[in-house]
Design a protein around this ligand. Sequence first.
Ligand code: PMP
Length: 401
Amino acid sequence: RFAVVEQGPPIEVFLLNKLFTDDTNKNKVNLGVGAYRDENGKPWVLPVVRKMEKQMAADETLLHEYLPVLGLEQFSNSSVSMLLGEDSPAIAEGRAFGIQVLSGTGGLRVGAEFLNKHLKYTTFYYSNPTWENHHLVFVNSGFTNPRVYRYWDDKTCAINFDGMIEDLKNAPENSVILLHACAHNPTGIDPTQEQWIKIADVMEERKLFPFFDSAYQGFASGDLDRDAWAVRYFVKRGFELVCAQSYAKNFGLYNERVGNLSVVVSDSKLIPAMKSQLTWVVRGMYSNPPAHGARVVANVLSDKKLFDEWRDHIKVMSARVMQMREALRAELVKLGTPGNWDHIVKQIGLFSYTGLTSKQCEYLIQEHHIYLLKSGRINICGLNPSNVQYVARAMHDAITK
Ligand code: PMP
């Protein structure tokens, strides 16, 4: 029976982590997985999360009973407010709701299956390039027609906006367009507000459906509201949409799988039927979500003082990323490394798309013990004051050898 099973391919980012862990070289640097690291290269449990967890551990009224299929309502309501803004007319009109899901991936998966099953959508478009899991999640959800829209121009290390618009103009009606709400992974380049307006124009005209992926709210600019601008703009324009929100990065709750699927509809009357069908989608997938991480997030988001503390943590993380961008570019310029390195500081979020070729990346891994994806994407938080010079010198070597 089981002899029919063939070896599957490795997942690049997890393989890279293993190679890094197994590497005994003292200079090794992990620029692969998209997780925050502090200035000493260590993971950071946010102090407000630690505080909340201690409080919860002491609270004997907290039980391990099942949550409802759609999760904690307080958590979802707070998440919708964080995304759309507390004063959002869509919330006031009762046209927005959320359901708790298994982090960002779970939101994409549940949202996609719902759109496929109940709206019969089969075509989806994702940016070229995008987060490597988008394709698989949508195909597994029943979407049979995957397509890409142009996004990155490797000659200019900037967005290929004309290409993107042309591809959207050619998309068939009712295609689902996957859009990164902010801090595009892997390129670190977001459309400008003027460009978002044009994207909305084309999507409205072509009757395309926006599916936002918000895995980095707070990480693009350090400001939660500014990072939600695109989603809020689409809502203001009157689009119905869904948005998968992840708390992996901005709360540092990677392995707790805390996420929300926010939904905005044209009429509040539509919501009960939609919730009933989402309940069946989740029921058949994992029955109901875990409570711990969602309780942490819900408690922080609904308490003004804790919320402000969390906002300060986000500022600390995003500011450190920006400093490291500056430091890496400064080192490369100092070394006279061929090429223009301005894109490293122009890009935002955790990642930089360096423009290194896959051969150069391979060389960095083999010769310098610096682990990065073969697309040339680096996680900027893997850099710190003790290793940034080493990384710049190694990049210089890889480029000039
Ligand atoms: N979307 C994007 C663009 C991402 O980068 C990630 C995390 N790497 C996710 C979704 C989902 O992450 P998670 O399921 O851990 O929240």
